[in-house]
Write a protein that binds this ligand. Structure first.
Ligand code: CA
Ligand code: CA
Length: 510
């Protein structure tokens, strides 16, 4: 099975002539000597990616070796929204190079794909080497992790740090137009209109502000959906349990989704939302934010320094982001955004792992205080100083930050405070950390969608995204909504709803 699949993948590879890195010399582990394990990992060229062979010469790599004796030597690829990275990992494997570990395999679907290829080893016998990681998981979490494969073993370790995904709005724009952070949908519309009509960014042009935008596939506008009762995570509609009908409901077709889409249609009609948003590449969206043109966006507080180019380049030194809780909508209680939960796998080990226990020791270091400090601030005396008990950061280049320690290092307000724009990030973190909740379909296995892959929550090209984009842009009238739902059910929605309901009942004893 494994060899046939590799053969097919290798054929695809030779046709496309995309040959990945060949065999490389690496340091073999000894009892306690330095251990450079090979890994696949995301590391963008724009973040100063260092060549595989040169990584051990990097002083930051050597710092990690000095600290714990173990560091990853990484076959690294651009993240490209996750899917680009996974495609490159597939090509690497198809070329015959199997790294000892695969970092950030991104989705449980991909972990399952690797399991089916026979590439993974179970981690159960080595978990005692990751006590701090294991202490993060609840019994429920472990049940979900084990539910991925039929043997019930643990093949991946997910991150468990809670980094809220949240709506952020420009405090300086609000001040310029004489408004407060909106608390209701009506107030939000008023603020958007003021951003549209006035020179909120203060550059002399009243017409260059875009009140709200987002990115292709109707993604990263979560709060505008969530406020209408949609269960949504990073632009992927999720599932919720309906007590009344004793069924799972897909928010691709829920009544709440219809309300949200109706509102978004209104925003586009009024010129309050970016019309290109449904097809806008992530880079274009971020570029508009950095160019001081977008008033409200939904993302992560940790990424804020990259959305404040206008401060860094001096064009708008007053730019400031603050948290905006999902505004209330008539007839609904206050809705909360969704926490990441345990959804994202952070590491898997392969049949090539020479010393799985030590690799997990390295992984565990990421959640220790020392590991988190290194991840966020770098090396004391090089990237930061401690003055009067406070961390004074000189800036820790992303090039090193992401790649020699696990990226899921703990996050909290105090940690944020020591980074660039730390007070702004800490304030957003503190305001949002208790304003979130867990998804109800956390850990739902991929087998639910077997035969109906177009319905997978994270599938970018599905029926849901095409239809909602057309509704929002006004290419289809909302009166067609019921036909959309009927088509969705007929093409497989009814069947996956049945499976999702069965799964939920079996896990939660309904
Ligand atoms: Ca304007
Ligand atoms: Ca302006």
């Amino acid at each position: 099975m494994k060899s046939i699949l590799f053969f097919i993948m290798a054929c695809i590879l030779s046709v496309t002539s995309l040959f990945a890195a060949g065999e490389q010399e690496t340091v073999q582990p000894e009892e306690s000597g330095p251990y450079y394990f090979t890994a696949a990992g995301p590391w963008d060229l724009a973040q100063g990616r260092i060549d595989f062979a040169k990584q051990p010469e990097d002083p930051v790599f050597q710092y990690v070796i000095d600290q714990i004796g173990i560091a990853p030597q990484t076959y690294a690829y651009d993240w490209e929204g996750g899917t680009g990275y996974l495609q490159n990992v597939r090509l690497l494997l198809a070329s015959g190079t199997i790294p000892e570990a695969i970092l950030e395999p991104f989705t449980t679907n991909f972990v399952k794909e690797l399991y089916d290829l026979g590439v993974l080893i179970p981690l159960d016998d080595y978990l005692e080497n990751a006590p701090d990681v294991m202490a993060m998981y609840s019994d429920e979490d472990l049940k979900i992790i084990r539910s991925l494969t039929p043997d019930g073993k643990i093949y991946y370790l997910p991150g468990k740090n809670i980094e809220p995904r949240q709506g952020m709005i420009r405090a300086d724009w609000l001040k310029a137009v004489g408004k407060d952070v909106p608390k209701t949908r009506d107030e939000l519309v008023e603020v958007y209109k003021a951003f549209r009509d006035m020179d909120a960014n203060g550059n002399g042009d009243p017409n260059d502000e875009i009140p709200v935008s987002g990115r292709e596939g109707m993604r990263w506008l979560d709060d505008l959906y969530v406020m209408h009762g949609v269960h949504m995570y990073e632009g992927h509609p999720a599932w919720s349990w309906d007590e009344k009908t004793q069924q799972m409901i897909s928010h691709q077709v829920s009544d709440n989704m219809k309300e949200a889409v109706t509102f978004l249609r209104y925003l586009v009609e009024e010129g309050l939302m970016d019309k290109v948003m449904p097809f806008q590449p992530a880079g274009d969206w971020f570029a508009k934010i950095s160019a001081d043109r977008i008033g409200h966006y939904f993302h992560l507080a940790s990424g804020i320094e990259r959305r404040l180019t206008m401060v860094a380049d001096g064009s708008n030194p007053d730019a400031e982001w603050v948290y905006m809780s999902p505004p209330s909508v008539p007839g609904l209680p206050h809705q909360k955004n969704f926490y990441p939960g345990i959804g994202a796998p952070q590491i898997v080990l392969t049949t090539e792992a020479k010393d799985p226990a030590r690799i997990l020791e390295w992984f565990n270091w990421g959640v220790t205080e020392e590991g988190a400090k290194f991840h966020h601030y770098g090396i004391e005396g090089v990237n930061y100083e401690i003055k009067g008990g406070e961390i004074v950061s000189e800036g820790f280049p992303a090039a090193q930050r992401y790649h020699y320690s696990p990226t899921y290092a703990s996050r909290n307000a105090e940690i944020y405070r020591g980074t660039n724009y730390g007070d702004m990030k800490a304030a957003i973190y503190n305001a949002s950390i208790n304003d979130g909740r867990s998804l109800e379909n956390l850990g739902m296995p991929v087998s639910i969608w077997e035969g109906y892959e177009d319905f997978v929550d994270s599938n970018a090209g599905n029926l849901y995204r095409q239809y909602t984009a057309r509704f929002i842009l006004g290419e289809l009238p909302l009166s067609e909504w019921d036909n959309y739902v009927a088509e969705w059910n007929k093409k497989g929605g009814a069947e996956i709803t049945r499976r999702a309901t069965e799964w939920y009942k079996s896990v939660y004893g309904k």
